[in-house]
Design a protein around this ligand. Structure first.
Ligand code: PMP
Length: 322
């Protein structure tokens, strides 16, 4: 029996349904058996790196398409290199393991895939202990997509600054880096905002919480550059690609002031988990009419059709699971 889980309502990552199997240290193992000893708590995740990957279920094709699998695994390899961690398995093999894990869990649903790479033993994580083999675990869980939603976010500029390349390199997708986004997310929650806009050490816009940001002014798509304190986002790259090639938009990657966002015609956030979500307000300033902008909606729809394979172009974005 294949699990048809796409209609079950789940709104938060915490609410996600547990899979039957995960993969750890070379083996597929049942969820309940995937445990660590209490002594692993603490320093074990200080140098942990990971990826967040989405797969989309296409009902017509009865297929689960993993989005940008190669790009995510390349970024994971680069994160491991920066951690001086030798990969537990080769990328090609890892690709196979991820697809097999989705099949083993019989998922025919939108799915979130999270490979984690870490030093599983040896000296405490705060000691220099790299240039050795890392261990690896992978979890998968069903997740809802927001790509047909017209919800608009109420965003506030955070008082926290984004980490920078000379302190905690944001290019590395490491668990430790997420404390920065969490401070901003907590501040947003306390102040009644849905999300925050985080400035970098120069006071220019970097990104939102766990997502990159775009604004549109006079039909030009503008986003902070990859050296402005952002994670080098795969979704951001895809949005730039389709906006240029399919929608004919001019794209500028550069330093962006917060006030440019205040007076933008449209703005939105994007990411693998965050997908494409519209911004309605920033610091109380209404963006456009406060509703989804026409160009942003076009981008969201095109992105959705491509990632789910409803639009058959850009087939290199999608790796079929079955
Ligand atoms: N910034 C941060 C801090 C993130 O965690 C993410 C999500 N991975 C993004 C940006 C968006 O990156 P991507 O499009 O590759 O998911």
């Amino acid at each position: 029996m294949v699990k048809q889980v796409q209609n079950v309502k789940r709104n938060t990552f915490e609410n996600l349904e547990a899979p039957d199997y995960v993969w750890k240290s070379g083996k597929f193992i049942p969820w309940d058996k995937a445990t660590f000893h209490i002594s692993m708590l603490g320093w074990s995740s200080i140098n942990m790196v990971f990826e967040g990957i989405r797969a989309y279920y296409n009902e017509n094709d009865d297929q689960v398409y993993v989005l940008h699998l190669n790009e995510h695994l390349n970024r994971l390899t680069e994160s491991m290199k920066m951690m001086r961690m030798h990969p537990y398995i080769e990328t090609e093999k890892l690709k196979e393991v991820i697809l097999e894990l989705i099949r083993k869990n019989k998922y025919k649903a939108d799915t979130y895939i999270m490979p984690l790479a870490y030093f599983g033993d040896g000296p405490p994580g705060f000691l220099p202990s790299g240039d050795r083999l890392g261990d690896m675990a992978i979890t998968v869980k069903p997740i809802d997509s927001l790509l047909t939603s017209d919800n608009t976010l109420n965003v506030g500029v955070s008082s926290w600054r984004r980490i920078s390349d000379d302190v905690m390199p944001p290019r590395i997708k490491s668990i430790a880096n997420y404390q920065n986004g969490r401070y901003a997310a907590e501040e947003a929650r306390i102040n009644g905002y849905d999300q925050s806009l985080i400035l970098n050490s120069k006071g220019k816009v970097a990104e939102s919480t766990y997502t990159c940001v775009f604004m549109i002014k006079n039909k030009t798509l503008i986003t902070p550059s990859v050296t402005s304190g952002i994670l080098d986002s795969i979704t951001r790259k895809s949005i730039i690609e389709i906006s240029k090639n399919e929608l004919g938009l001019n794209v500028e990657e550069r330093d962006v002031d917060r006030t440019e966002f205040y007076v933008s015609d449209e703005s939105f956030i994007c990411g693998t988990g965050g997908e494409v979500q519209f911004i309605g307000k920033i610091d109380g300033y209404t963006i456009g009419k406060g509703t989804p902008g026409i160009i942003s909606k076009e981008i969201q729809t095109l992105y959705h059709n491509l990632v789910r394979g409803l639009d058959h172009r850009y087939h290199h974005w999608r790796t079929p699971t079955y």
